[in-house]
Design a protein around this ligand. Structure first.
Ligand SMILES: [Zn+2]
Length: 294
């Protein structure tokens, strides 16, 4: 059996989750050989699923992984007014700044968050006493608590998306009748190469024949049509593009080219129930439009 990614016919095949199981995906294909499945799992699915933007949504909607575990809200490094901090992406997000110690003569000055003052000061005193002998609190001042300005070191890890979109495209194509004709086309070959290697910029400006290195985040637009936390994958009637909407929030996709493996097909995923419905694109679209604003 030929692998749709590497075209090798000798390897055994293992089931591949088209949307990762960690994101509540339940649709699988057997068109990936064990070697490609392992490599794509390690290099594409795992980093993508563990990305804090994905984990945040998994935690918010209590999406269980394949072992039944719900992820904890991610904690990421940030900068608050020029000082290092940790942001917990829960509901709501919280910001934790590190206490800063200044030493002048025999005085230590440090700043701690008000809601954890007692705990942190006790720890500080214990550590300083062990180092310098007996120390005590000489004075205490409450600082004004203006809303802090938070800056993230990493705002948008966009480079993970094209490889992910390419892998999803191969998985979806493998379920459709024209998959091998499409895989043999120039665009099918390009998508397979993209799934297997680090993303690189398109070699030329040929519009429409490359994965879209584009991710759109739509708080309202996609969420109105595909209520979170559902996922939606579709190939429209023209067959030019595959569109992938994750958690009703992020949109990415890939160009399929003229040899599209299928037209007018769509899948709606419910990550909480771990179910997926396949339907004609227009039927599913009309159903979602009918459910809007109800
Ligand atoms: Zn393979």
């Amino acid at each position: 059996m030929k692998c749709i990614v590497c075209l090798d016919e000798r390897m055994s095949h293992t089931p591949e989750h088209i949307v990762p199981a960690a994101l509540g995906g339940s649709l699988t294909t057997d068109a990936f050989c064990a070697r490609c499945n392992e490599r794509i799992g390690r290099e594409v699915d795992a980093p993508f699923s563990r990305d804090h933007w994905m984990v945040e949504l998994g935690a918010r909607y209590a999406i269980k992984d394949r072992y039944g575990r719900v992820p904890a809200p991610p904690r990421i490094a940030a900068t608050v007014e020029g000082k290092p901090a940790v942001v917990t992406m829960g509901t709501p997000w919280t910001v934790e700044t590190f206490p800063e110690t200044r030493i002048e003569g025999d005085r230590f000055t440090f700043t701690v968050p008000a809601d954890r003052e007692e705990e942190i000061v006790a720890k500080k005193l214990a550590r300083l006493s062990a180092q310098f002998g007996e120390v005590e609190v000489a004075s205490r001042q409450v600082m004004p608590n203006d809303a802090p300005v938070v800056q993230f070191e990493e705002v948008w890890p966009i480079e993970r998306w094209p490889r992910f979109a390419a892998k999803v495209t191969l998985g979806i194509a493998s379920l459709l009748p024209g998959s091998w004709e499409w895989r043999a086309s120039e665009q099918g070959q390009y998508i397979a190469e993209t799934a297997l290697q680090e993303f690189r910029e398109p070699r030329d400006a040929e519009v429409g024949l490359r994965p879209l290195p584009l991710v759109l985040q739509g708080d309202d637009l996609f969420a109105r049509l595909v209520p979170p936390p559902r996922h939606f994958i579709s190939i429209d009637e023209s067959g030019i593009f595959i569109t992938i909407i994750l958690f009703g929030r992020y949109l990415c996709g890939a160009a399929l080219g003229d040899e599209a493996p299928g037209r007018g097909v769509a899948w709606l995923f419910d990550p909480l129930a771990r179910t997926v419905q396949a339907a004609p694109y227009l039927d599913l679209l009309m159903r979602l439009v009918g459910e809007m604003d109800h």
